[in-house]
Design a binder for this molecule. Structure first.
Ligand code: AMP
Ligand code: GLY
Length: 420
């Protein structure tokens, strides 16, 4: 099987690595990829925002399986374009990707399906937003209805800040604050049947102790020793199955990865958000633990063949990933800094470096080219070991002004944060 991965982040690097490890996959291509992906797969240029360009490339390569990583091409219809050309694609149609593309749509589906989530109101303009903010009270949660690359959500006690954000959105979803630890649960879906992947937790805030602004994610770990053993079954019953049924009922079945972001509130798990693709950075720690070959699994998902595919097999190992971000991230990242020590980090036993925003300079140097630059994934017998490996490795990398959190998985591993 020839696989093609669309995207250029650390998630796509993790997908490429896992597909390469599948004995049923003969070659992995990626587009556009990045320097780390290019070391493991053949990369091709592509305009990811153009569904036609994505489909043309898949046809030119005669790909047997196309996996679309990011949300923007899915929302734009890349999976439809690939399937229209008769090829197999793991990823939802544009209509089904609205579960991520519009928070208001996701709320409608959840309401119709009886899925537990925060009460919410869709608001246009300051007046409607003000009324909704006062109805729910602080802490205020205001979300841009549309795709916002992880920057559309404001959670604040400051009513003025909440109002300002709502006013800046064309449509805003104002909702009730959900308290409790967050868990990311992935479901591989074929429209009808869904299989759970191992749960993970990500760290969305820039700074240690969850301080600072929201980011695309600064680290993650899996497994989660502290969650109830029944969580996955409960969430499949209360969230995933009814959501898939509702999407079928609407004539837009969901095929691909349904990312369920949960808050474990005192009243039980409730959905914070849906995404229509693999989460990043969670994928970096979930896929290395999956023993079931990924290519076969995603192919089965894409062709409606999951009914006979489970259960999945998992390594008992733990994985921890730590993201290295550029100076100025997430506001205005400064790029172009030289990365040193990447090979030394990759040589640490149990560590793997995944590239995101990197570029190879003309002089052969590796430089930062994005807000989240790279990640280091550590694997070990338990979280403490995986964490020690990840921090040992990332400590060997230098990037002027580079930022990473010192406390990824610290609490779950039962250790103190590592000094950066
Ligand atoms: P999202 O982009 O929807 O994942 O939101 C980003 C982050 O904002 C989430 O991971 C939560 O930490 C926080 N958040 C979103 N919705 C809520 C909510 N209703 N209550 C509390 N926190 C929330
Ligand atoms: N980890 C959050 C996301 O992928 O959106």
């Amino acid at each position: 099987m020839k696989a093609l991965v669309i995207g250029s982040g650390a998630r796509e690097h993790a997908l490429t690595a896992a597909l390469s490890a599948d004995p049923g996959v003969t070659s992995v291509h990626a587009a556009p990829g990045n320097p780390g992906i290019a070391a493991e797969a053949e990369t091709h240029p592509v305009d990811v925002s153009s569904p036609v360009a994505v489909a043309d490339l898949a046809v030119a390569l005669s790909a047997d399986l196309v996996v679309i990583g990011p949300e923007a091409p899915l929302v734009a219809g890349a999976a439809d374009a690939v399937r229209d050309r008769g090829l197999v694609c793991f990823g939802p149609s544009a209509a089904a990707a609205r579960l991520e593309g519009s928070k208001a749509f996701a709320k409608q589906v959840m309401a119709a399906a009886g899925v537990p989530t925060a009460d919410s109101a869709v608001c246009v303009g300051k007046e409607e937003a003000a009324a909704a903010l006062d109805r729910f009270g602080p802490p205020y949660v205001v979300k841009d209805d549309g795709l916002a690359a992880g920057k559309g959500v404001v959670v604040t006690d400051d009513r003025e800040d909440a109002l300002t954000h709502a006013a800046a959105c064309e449509r805003a979803v104002v909702e009730e604050y959900l308290s409790g630890p967050e868990v990311s649960l992935f479901a591989v879906c074929d429209g009808e049947t869904a299989l759970p992947l191992a749960a993970a937790q990500d760290f969305k805030r820039l700074g240690d102790d969850d301080r600072g602004p929201n980011t695309g994610g600064m680290g993650a770990y899996s497994p989660l020793p502290w969650v109830p053993a029944t969580l996955t079954d409960d969430v499949f019953e209360s969230v995933v199955a009814p959501t898939l049924a509702e999407m079928r009922r609407r004539g837009t079945p969901f095929t691909g990865l349904l990312y369920v972001g949960l808050a474990l509130t005192p009243g039980g798990p409730r959905v914070v958000e849906f995404n229509a693709r693999f989460g990043d950075p969670e994928t970096q720690v979930v896929l290395p633990r999956l023993r079931t070959p990924l290519g076969g699994l995603l192919h089965a998902g894409a062709i409606g063949g999951l009914a006979g595919a489970g259960p999945l097999e998992w390594s008992p190992d733990a994985a921890v990933t730590v993201v290295l971000a550029a100076p100025g991230y997430p506001g205005a990242p400064r790029t172009g800094g030289e990365l040193l020590g990447v090979a030394a980090a990759a040589a640490v036993p149990g560590a793997r470096v995944l590239h995101a925003g990197t570029t190879q300079g003309d002089d052969g140097s590796l430089r930062s080219a994005g807000g989240r630059v790279l990640s280091v994934v550590g694997r070990g017998a338990d979280l403490a070991a995986a964490r020690a490996t990840a921090y040992d490795a990332i400590g060997r990398i230098t990037l002027d002004g580079g930022q990473f959190r010192a406390d990824i998985a610290a609490h779950a591993a039962g250790d103190a944060p590592v000094a950066p």
